[in-house]
Design a protein around this ligand. Structure first.
Ligand SMILES: Cc1cc2nc3c(=O)[nH]c(=O)nc-3n(C[C@H](O)[C@H](O)[C@H](O)COP(=O)(O)O)c2cc1C
Length: 170
């Protein structure tokens, strides 16, 4: 089985972030999970949402070693879809029966794929991923960012893609 999996959280599957992750996924021959296809509700302190799609999804993701998170920059931050997914990881830290699952995050390698209308990725965006990886005991594998100057203009970050792909060849 492939050791790597990608998750995309965007308000449009075939937009800029979708095109970037699809380019990478086709080179790596990996699966891309679209959070828009899933019913994952926001964090519930009472854990009344244990039967939505979060648990089967995270269980499946945890069968992989490398996890690529693909998100556009929406207001200096990750997309709401991706943020909801990260919020739900809190279930794995706060529900006793799920804590052993949460510990499986340790040692996984997290990568970030992003697009925005700027050349450089905002610190606020990337830090929210890397700080969370660190908190969860995950390792940070690296990131790739594409500057899509116009909302509908996707520009593939040419040589950077090859460098990014190389991280998975071992
Ligand atoms: C709600 C919203 C908020 C955005 N906020 C930012 C931002 O803070 N910084 C930025 O550079 N681009 C911002 N953009 C532009 C998107 O990051 C950019 O167009 C991105 O490539 C869109 O990816 P998508 O096609 O996957 O949605 C925003 C776009 C939207 C729709």
């Amino acid at each position: 089985m492939n050791k790597t999996i990608a998750i995309i959280g965007s308000s449009r599957r075939n937009g800029n972030t979708g095109k970037l992750i699809d380019t990478i996924a086709s080179k790596l021959a990996i699966e891309v999970i679209d959070l828009a296809d899933l019913n994952i509700s926001t964090y519930d302190y009472e854990h009344g949402n244990m039967n939505d799609d979060f648990l089967p999804t995270i269980k499946y993701i945890l069968t992989h070693d490398n996890i690529i998170f693909a998100s556009p920059v929406y207001w200096y931050a990750m997309s709401a879809q991706m943020k909801t997914f990260f919020d739900r990881i809190t279930d794995l830290l706060s529900v006793d029966e799920l804590k052993s699952l949460g510990r499986k995050l340790r040692g996984k390698v997290g990568f970030v794929v992003s697009t925005s209308m700027h050349e450089q990725i905002d610190d606020s965006f990337i830090n929210s991923f890397t700080d969370t990886f660190h908190y969860l005991g995950m390792n940070y594998g690296g990131a790739i960012h594409s500057n899509c100057k116009d909302t509908n203009e996707f520009s593939e970050p040419g040589t950077e893609i090859s460098t990014f792909i190389e991280k998975f060849r071992n």
